[in-house]
Design a protein around this ligand. Sequence first.
Ligand code: MD3
Ligand code: FE
Length: 231
Amino acid sequence: MQPFSTDPGRTGRTPGGEGPQAGTTPGADGSARELRLGGLRILPGRIAPPAQAALLEDIREVVRQAPLFTPETARGRRMSVKMTAAGRFGWISDRRGYRYEPRHPAGTDWPPIPLALTDLWHAVVPSAKDPECCLVNFYGEAARMGLHQDRDEADLTQPVLSVSLGDAALFRIGGAERGGRTQSVWLNSGDVVVLEGDGRLAYHGIDRIRFGSSALLEGGGRINLTLRVVR
Ligand code: MD3
Ligand code: FE
């Protein structure tokens, strides 16, 4: 079966027309299996369409047990992304600030991380500790995520692994300092991003969603899953 996003016209260039992405690693058959963007590894189409559909069902079960909620910043602004989580810890933001918590805001335990995701983790980052959180971000048509660093985890030598499902998203990544040069890439359904080493402290965000670009989610939207070691 033809995997998603091996077409370099879709993932292989920046929207600014700056030309092909540096560091494209062709596979044995000449297709792009791995893109390097600064300290990031992008594995385009790492999850084939049937496995994406199965994973979506797993996430629906997570959401049944731990409903999506709209995080609020400490200043009382609602985030445009809806969230939930699976695993021992979930990430919460409310008027008291942001942190990892062992329970959903409703007071229940987070459901277990789906097996397909822990399997993926062990296949892609075999030397890492076991993941303790699978953060689920849901993006509707107008949702975005501003540039930020992920540094609430205790051990920043552990990788983060991201899985994109549904509509394409314009992902932006810079360096470890705010205000530096950034690069952008479209993330498509089935793409996996590995954040490790230098990339782990990079500023990053989602500028916009190409709403309705994927048929995976009926009604459109995008789900991003991030697997993390928290403690
Ligand atoms: C780079 N999520 O949940 S995933 C987040 O698509 C987050 O929902 C975005 O940023 C999303 O924190 C981007 C790619 C990603 C995830 C974690 C990172 C990039 C990262 C951690 C460090 C550096
Ligand atoms: Fe992040």
